[in-house]
Design a protein around this ligand. Structure first.
Ligand SMILES: Nc1ncnc2c1ncn2[C@@H]1O[C@H](COP(=O)(O)OP(=O)(O)OP(=O)(O)O)[C@@H](O)[C@H]1O
Ligand SMILES: [Mg+2]
Length: 256
């Protein structure tokens, strides 16, 4: 991992929904080759930050760089660096997986041969190859999740943004997804994911941020989080619960 190369930089990201402040001047940097876990209780602001990163919504204020590109000055170049797997995979229900890959690949000008070869590789990996000609509307949540995960890699992005990848996946598929993320980072890609499955985060992530009420309250590797919580040797679940239950922020970087 190259700790010097920043691939995502959030600066002073603030997001208001009406009067409600969902993100409070959030600063965060992700480095190339990281498997970064973005954790926090329900409603903490994780999906909000991911939607901002992927350009679906705009922050009230703040700047974002993806690779060398300012998301608001060069949105197309910035977004082309990302592969996004949303938390609720609303896919085109009337398409088959292969038709969906054609559509998604087309958006990024991916060569047809790559769409076919990569699409097949991914559907086989996830045991969905037999269902390739069925409409997505007939798929279970977990199956849709797998199609979304497969579609996100067609354009060979440098950075994968994955919102709750393991929700709805069976144990074998969770293992496949974990192995897959590890292979991506071994190949020099970066993965930014949210999850409530702390065992998955503990197994996978080299660095973790914990967000609560729109503020990052802890940031570091498992060791550093254990130290912040004064719980050396404890698992991430215990550390997470302690940190998120504390009144005082452990990592008060966002003082206003
Ligand atoms: N479109 C919206 N309009 C108003 N409030 C919103 C909107 N989207 C999110 N919020 C609020 O912003 C806060 C953060 O929501 P967000 O979806 O980012 O949380 P999260 O960390 O992803 O939670 P979860 O773990 O449940 O997925 C919540 O209080 C939520 O109600
Ligand atoms: Mg969410």
């Amino acid at each position: 991992m190259n700790q010097n190369e920043t691939v995502i930089k959030f600066s002073e990201i603030k997001k208001m929904y009406g009067d409600f402040t969902a993100l409070k001047k959030l600063d965060l940097e992700i480095f190339k080759g990281e498997l970064f876990g973005f954790l926090g209780p329900n409603g903490a602001g994780k999906t909000t930050l991911i939607r901002i990163l992927t350009g679906i919504i705009r922050p009230t204020s703040g700047k974002i760089f993806i690779g060398p590109f300012d998301l608001y000055a060069q949105p197309e170049k910035a977004k082309a660096m990302l592969g996004y797997v949303p938390d609720r995979p609303y896919l085109y229900e009337k398409l088959t997986p292969l038709e969906y890959f054609d559509f998604m690949g087309g958006l990024y000008d991916v060569a047809r041969e790559r769409i076919l070869s990569k699409g097949e590789e991914m559907l086989r990996l996830f045991d969905l190859w037999d269902r390739k000609n069925e409409l997505i509307e007939s798929f279970s949540h977990g199956m849709k999740q797998k199609v979304a995960m497969s579609a996100a890699i067609l354009h060979d992005p440098d950075i994968y943004v994955v919102d709750e990848p393991t929700v709805g996946l069976d144990p074998k598929s969770v293992k496949l997804a974990k192995d897959y993320f590890q292979r991506l980072v071994a190949a020099g890609k970066t993965v930014f994911l949210t999850t409530h499955t702390l065992s998955v985060a503990q197994d996978l992530c080299n660095r973790i941020a914990i967000i609560r009420n729109g503020e990052i309250i802890a940031l570091g590797n498992l060791n550093e989080l254990q130290n912040q919580a004064s719980m050396p040797g404890n698992d991430l679940e215990s550390v997470f619960l302690k940190i998120t239950e504390e009144e005082q922020a452990f990592y008060p970087q966002n003082e206003q």
